[in-house]
Design a protein. Structure first.
Length: 554
């Protein structure tokens, strides 16, 4: 027959049982100690009481006068009984030096020998002892009676052990009630505390909690998303490895406040927000992350759970996709324009104007070929050359002339493999796109919220000038336009995520430019260009031995 397996007692139940036993043991120990201490104190009090009575009787002048009379018992017996009744002790025995009693609670015992020790008292000492006499076991004190320096009698005062024990038993009853009350209060307090513990542990036992902790740790370190938990004081209560990597935090940040982590202000604000945040894009020094926050509320604010997703690669791919879409649109426009030009050439030939047809066709080819030759001759890096040609086509469709500066020179192999081509595309592509937007809007007067910094007339032709130079161990990328420029008040905010002159939903490009430059150890600077517009300069260090060539400087 198999018996069903019973579930182990919960952790709260185990602690409750242990605490009840512990409280009972403590209360029992305290009760026993109090009993032993009370018994000792009762005996000490009884000894002190009979000692005081014996010394008082021995020092009484009337006692010495009575001893000088022929019949001391006639005077001493009533006196001793009165003292015994007044003090509440068991007996007062006054005797001669030969231990013959003059007084006794039982008158028939008068004249008999005293039962007990007297040798020390005859030597002049006062001593106490427990001795079994005619009244049973008693605590007694024996002291000498002196008259002119001579011992003329002895006094013994005592109290029975039974009376002392009855007093202790009376105290023990009160002690038992107090111990029972303490045990009841301790049990009640233990029950209340363990009920709360049971709620917090959800009734799980120690093995289940240990297993849950192991799973928690394994999950925490295995998940690729960043996980961050803040307590009610906005301090980091928990963070996994991915979270530290995404935020660029060093180990040992648990317990620190979010405001002390030196994160970008928008990201810090999102982490400290009391309301829920959903799929917010934020930039750190090196990454693009998506932040989701959810407050933990249980009667009161207990903290915040934050998840972090790395969108750096996705954002770069999105940028490349946008560039590809732009190239596609440019090719589609060029195909349309090429068809128009071809129709024009055909029409000129049909009209018999062959020379004009040849001149028209060769003029367009020479213009396009000149830009291609210029880019290919100056920029030996294939990715950058392709990017410049594609952006030139896009700019031309928008009526903007893209010019490669004469001092541009990047030989093939000049850039090291450690410099990611994707970051170069991000930097130069976003700078050219912003410059084309600014130059086009300055000429046409369109755009949303363009800062009106230019005081002179609008330029007749929108132009963007690009400088690309690898020299002296660094790569210089400079993009200048003849647009309206950036005002001094906006210069400090231009690289912040969300800053844009084109309305909501824009303003990520320049932030990505600064991030990519920082990721590769470089910097980006905004200045006023020679044509009055904005000029962005990015300098990236090149690794030693990277094959940097060229003699000219910007």
């Amino acid at each position: 027959m198999r018996f069903p397996r019973t579930r182990p007692r919960s952790l709260a139940g185990q602690l409750f049982a242990m605490q009840v036993v512990l409280v009972a043991a403590v209360v029992a120990g305290c009760a026993f100690f109090a009993y032993v201490s009370g018994s000792g104190q009762a005996k000490e009090t009884a000894t002190r009481q009979v000692r005081t009575a014996a010394l008082a009787i021995a020092g009484s002048p009337s006692v010495r006068e009575a001893i000088r009379t022929p019949d001391p018992s006639a005077v001493l017996q009533p006196y001793a009984e009165q003292v015994r009744k007044d003090t509440g002790i068991a007996f007062v025995t006054i005797m001669d030096p030969h231990r013959v009693r003059w007084t006794h609670p039982h008158t028939e015992r008068i004249g008999e020998s005293f039962l007990g020790h007297t040798a020390r008292a005859l030597r002049g000492e006062t001593f106490s002892e427990t001795y079994t006499g005619t009244l049973g076991p008693s605590i007694r004190v024996v002291t000498p009676i002196r008259d002119g320096g001579r011992i003329v009698g002895l006094v013994s005062a005592g109290i029975t052990v039974e009376r002392v024990s009855s007093q202790v038993r009376a105290q023990l009853g009160a002690l038992g009630l107090a111990a029972g009350a303490a045990l009841a209060l301790g049990g009640l307090g233990t029950y209340v505390i363990n009920a709360r513990l049971r709620r917090h542990t959800h009734g799980m036992n120690a093995a289940e909690l240990s297993r849950l902790h192991d799973y928690h740790e394994a999950t925490l370190h295995a998940v690729r998303e960043g996980l961050l938990m803040l307590d009610g004081q906005r301090r980091i209560a928990l963070i996994n490895d991915a979270g530290r990597e995404l935020l660029g935090l060093a180990p040992g940040t648990v317990g620190r406040r979010v405001a002390e982590l030196d994160l970008p202000a928008p990201l810090t604000g999102a982490l400290l927000a009391s309301e829920e945040r959903v799929d917010e894009v934020h930039l750190t020094a090196d990454r693009v992350i998506v932040v989701n926050t959810r407050p933990v509320v249980g009667g009161e604010r207990r903290g915040t759970v934050v998840t972090l997703r790395d969108h750096t690669e996705l954002q770069a791919l999105s940028g490349e996709l946008d560039s590809e879409r732009g190239f596609t649109q440019a090719l589609r426009s060029q195909a349309h324009e090429a068809a128009n030009r071809l129709h024009t050439v055909v029409s000129l030939i049909e009209l018999g104007r062959e020379e004009e047809a040849v001149g028209f066709a060769t003029a367009e080819l020479e213009l396009a070929q000149a830009l291609t030759d210029r880019v290919v001759g100056a920029v030996g890096e294939p990715v950058l050359a392709a990017l410049l040609l594609g952006k030139a086509a896009q700019a031309n469709e928008r009526g903007v002339e893209l010019v490669l500066a004469d001092d541009s020179l990047i030989d093939d192999g000049a850039l090291p493999a450690t410099l990611p081509q994707r970051d170069l595309v991000t930097i130069l592509g976003n700078l050219i796109d912003n410059a084309v937007d600014a130059a086009s809007e300055a000429v046409t007067g369109s755009g949303v919220g363009v800062p009106a910094q230019r005081t002179g007339p609008r330029p007749a032709r929108a132009r963007v000038t690009v400088t690309a130079l690898a020299d002296d161990g660094e790569l210089l990328l400079r993009v200048a336009d003849n647009g309206a420029g950036v005002g001094p008040d906006d210069a400090a905010e231009v690289f912040r995520r969300g800053w844009s002159t084109h309305g909501a939903g824009r303003g990520l490009g320049l932030a990505l430019v600064r991030q990519a430059a920082h990721r590769n150890g470089g910097a980006v600077v905004l200045e006023q260009g020679p044509d009055g517009g904005a000029e962005f300069t990015v300098r990236l260090p090149l690794a030693r031995g990277g094959g940097v060539q060229g003699e000219r400087t910007p």
